[in-house]
Design a protein around this ligand. Structure first.
Ligand code: X2X
Length: 333
């Protein structure tokens, strides 16, 4: 009788490890929300990280992922991660910049020529500067930024060839002061909408255009409601993997180390996933009916310069941050 009771008592621990879905509460039960469909590499790699964390902490840290705006749009998740309602969130640099203005520095129009420059800056001094600003609002930003990608412009009407084609274009942009400023500078009529609203806004023609990296256009099926894609590479955008500051400090150091290790490693794999996708996505999307054209950055840069975009944002970011960016990409307009 005693022996049976003992083995029954031991059983739940095994169940808890093997089947997190029905486990009793872990010592640290944490929530992570994001705005992307489960098929995006960000969610695929985050899921792997969550499993690794459960394993390496022997079930002490369980993270539940809420993908695809299940907990609300970006603005909602940003306030949830600040209050501690969720522990983790992956806002794009554009989105976290509504709270930490310095974070938009990587989104300055046409700043980066390629990924070597991007990761040089974001794994180097530019990224360190932004992470320090994020820390000031009691959020913890993990070291490795995850890739969203170079943003491209899609339209339901005529393709965008040069900056002149932007005149009056009703284009959706994220909830981001820099994006609004940049697209106004280009002569367009930008509207800020959270990502959760983009598909239906395009479908119902509330807006005629949007701009996002190709992996997003694919996983969110935006090709169903857009006709043409201009390869403009106008902004490089990434996701900061952030944690509520209090919750992060509340994790014992050994657990922090495991969580950060798993998340940063997953971020590096996610960057590589996007790199591989970038090589094949144009053909995939063409097969789904999206027409592609290349653009030269020249007319866009000239228009932005003329509109005072670079001068304005140099002032807003300040000489220090602007200098760090120029240190990574060369002199900006
Ligand atoms: O909302 C967007 O366009 C997206 C998915 O790229 C961001 O998260 C900024």
């Amino acid at each position: 009788r005693r022996t049976i009771l003992k083995s029954l008592a031991a059983a739940p621990a095994v169940v808890a490890l093997g089947r997190p879905g029905i486990a009793r509460a872990a010592e640290f039960d944490l929530k992570y929300g994001n705005n992307l469909p489960v098929t995006h590499p960000l969610n695929v790699r985050a899921q792997e990280a969550v499993e690794r964390i459960a394993r390496e902490t022997n079930g002490r840290v369980q993270i539940q992922i809420f993908p695809n705006n299940q907990l609300g749009g970006d603005t909602d998740m940003l306030s949830q991660v600040r209050s501690g309602g969720i522990t983790f969130f992956t806002p794009s640099a554009l989105v976290i910049a509504t709270l930490v203005p310095a974070a938009a520095i990587n989104a300055v129009g046409f700043a980066f020529a390629d990924y070597d420059q991007v990761w040089g800056a974001m794994d180097g001094k530019v990224g360190a500067h932004v992470r320090a600003q994020i820390a000031k609002v009691n959020l913890y930003a993990f070291e490795k930024m995850w890739d969203n990608g170079f943003r491209q412009m899609t339209t339901s009407g005529k393709p965008i060839q040069t900056a002149a084609d932007m005149a009056g274009l009703k284009i959706r942009v994220p909830v981001s002061p820099l994006s609004i400023s940049m697209f106004k500078g280009l002569g367009a009529a930008p509207a800020s909408l959270q990502f959760s609203e983009v598909y239906s806004a395009l479908q119902t023609k509330v807006v005629d255009a949007q701009e996002n990296p190709l992996p997003i256009i694919q996983v969110a099926k935006l090709y169903e409601v857009q006709k043409a894609c201009a390869l403009s590479n106008h902004i490089w955008d990434g996701f900061w993997f952030i944690a509520n500051g209090r919750a992060w400090k509340g994790l014992p150091e050994d657990l922090q180390k495991i969580v950060a290790g798993a998340i940063n490693d997953a971020g590096m794999k996610q960057r590589d996933d996007i790199r591989k996708l970038n090589a094949t996505l144009q053909a995939d999307l063409e097969a789904k009916g999206l027409a592609f054209n290349r653009t030269s950055p020249d007319s866009f840069r000239a228009k932005l310069r003329e509109a005072g975009f670079y001068a304005e944002w140099k002032g807003r970011f300040g000489d220090e941050a602007w200098g760090l960016l120029e240190g990574a990409v060369g002199k900006l307009a």
